[in-house]
Design a protein around this ligand. Structure first.
Ligand code: IMP
Length: 428
């Protein structure tokens, strides 16, 4: 049974959670394959608000199995807190929540390392991370010497011995860098994490094997990307990216399921662009238009509460992301937010050193020096939040969506005009 993937084609927060939630009716399994508790989304069902971060959105549907794949980095206390919050709201996930035994574990020293790098960085090197220890944990994973996986928590003696060595090293490093550093206590952290391991043991398994069996038995699987493709560590606006492959390119590595199992690749975009954290953003509108989009779209980070930077739709960046992710269809979100703006702009090319280009640059310097070339489209004044069919959209709104699809060379299958499930237009 072919699988589906849902990925963001911008800098995150494209409202992928709503698409995943909608498609849960047609799927039996939802898989996270990268990132960690840096992602966050809020789902409101029947007046109850659910805040999810590490746990896939599918957990709110009783028929859906949820998998945290090997490519995800897990902070056990954050995961346990999220699970107990869900249990308190009456969500029963027993037997249908699975965490990879190969996923890497975030420790307190990762949070401290990140605080140190973020606070000591000069303003131009400041990445503006979510400070969830994501980057330092992935650094230890790739470095191998200091990486710890969920499976290791099931072996107390070797785990403690290894943690002693890791913490001795981290303490030496951090003491040299910080004036008022209180060393980490390997024994206390060992006790704490072994207890987390015991509490999480019912969920930890070989999720790659589990997924292969699910696919072979005909279960319908959906892969849920966190962050957006432009934050991908290889294909995004490096170094202002997250530390994982947040485009669809991360699916096979981060889940153990082959990419050939997928035949539907949905790219999710906002009708405009936002970004949270540092880094170049060619179409940013640091002006009244940007403020209006932020206010109407409630563009504040779910995890950190930071105001998101807002700007016009960037075709160059989104087309690059769509190609990298192999997108076959487009979902255009938050179209309602643009109502009332008389003239809408869309960047269809960049200009750099007097030359026009439609290529997304690899160098951050080039991206910073880029000037967008805009095309203007007429706006509309009607409130779209009650519109439920394509034909009922005002003609300029239809033209705007068609323009985005044509520019990206993709059919638009879904248009969203509000947070609720019914505020969704299926396009013919
Ligand atoms: P990190 O993922 O915490 O290392 O942060 C790296 C960059 O990715 C920062 O600019 C963050 O603001 C951004 N980022 C991380 N997670 C998300 C997300 O879920 N949505 C939007 N931006 C994110």
């Amino acid at each position: 049974m072919p699988a589906t993937c849902v990925v963001g084609l911008q800098w995150g927060d494209e409202a992928k959670g709503k698409i995943v939630d909608l498609l849960c009716d047609q799927h039996d399994v939802v898989v996270r394959y990268q990132g960690g508790a840096n992602a966050g989304h809020t789902v409101v069902i029947a007046g109850v608000t659910y805040k999810l971060s590490l746990v896939p959105t599918g957990v709110l549907r009783p028929h859906v199995d949820c998998v945290v794949g090997n490519g995800v980095v897990v902070h056990p206390p954050a995961l346990l807190k999220e699970l107990s919050g869900l249990a308190a709201l009456g969500v029963d996930f027993s037997g249908r929540f699975h965490v990879s035994d190969r996923s890497h574990v975030i420790f307190p020293y990762h949070l401290e390392e990140e605080r140190l790098t973020e606070e000591s960085a000069s303003s131009s090197d400041h990445l503006g991370t979510t400070r969830r220890g994501i980057g330092p944990c992935y650094r230890d994973k790739v470095g191998r010497v200091h990486g710890v996986r969920m499976a290791d928590l099931a072996h107390p003696r070797p785990f403690r011995e290894r943690l002693e060595r890791i913490i001795a090293y981290k303490n030496r490093l951090l003491a040299a860098m910080l004036d008022d550093f209180t060393p980490f206590d390997a024994r206390a952290i060992g006790d704490e994490y072994l207890e987390y391991g015991r509490q999480l043991a019912p969920y930890i398994r070989n999720t790659s094997e589990w997924l292969h069996q699910a696919l072979e038995s005909g279960r319908r699987v959906m892969f849920e990307g966190a962050q957006g493709s432009l934050l991908d560590v290889d294909h995004g606006s490096y170094p202002y990216v997250t530390s994982s492959n947040s485009s669809a390119s991360g699916i096979a590595a981060g889940s153990g399921a082959p990419a050939r199992s997928i035949d539907r690749w949905i790219g999710v975009v906002k009708a405009y662009t936002t970004r949270v954290g540092g880094g170049p953003f060619p179409t940013e509108q640091d002006n009244e238009t940007g403020e209006r989009i932020r206010r109407v779209g409630n563009e504040f980070g779910t995890v950190t509460g930071r105001p998101r930077r807002c700007g016009w739709f960037d075709v160059v960046a989104a087309r690059h992301a769509a190609r990298v992710s192999g997108t076959t269809e487009l979902a255009v979100m938050l179209l309602d937010v643009l109502s009332g703006i008389p003239e809408l702009k869309v960047a269809t090319a960049y200009e750099r050193n007097g030359r026009r280009t439609t290529e997304f640059p690899g160098s951050i310097i080039d991206l910073e020096e880029t000037t967008p070339i805009y095309e203007s489209l007429p706006g509309w004044i009607q409130d779209l939040r009650g519109v439920t069919t394509w034909d009922a959209l005002p003609a300029p709104a239809r033209r705007y969506v068609e323009f985005l699809g044509a520019q990206l060379g993709l059919p638009v299958s879904i248009v969203s005009v509000g947070p609720d499930r019914d505020q969704t237009i299926r396009v013919r």
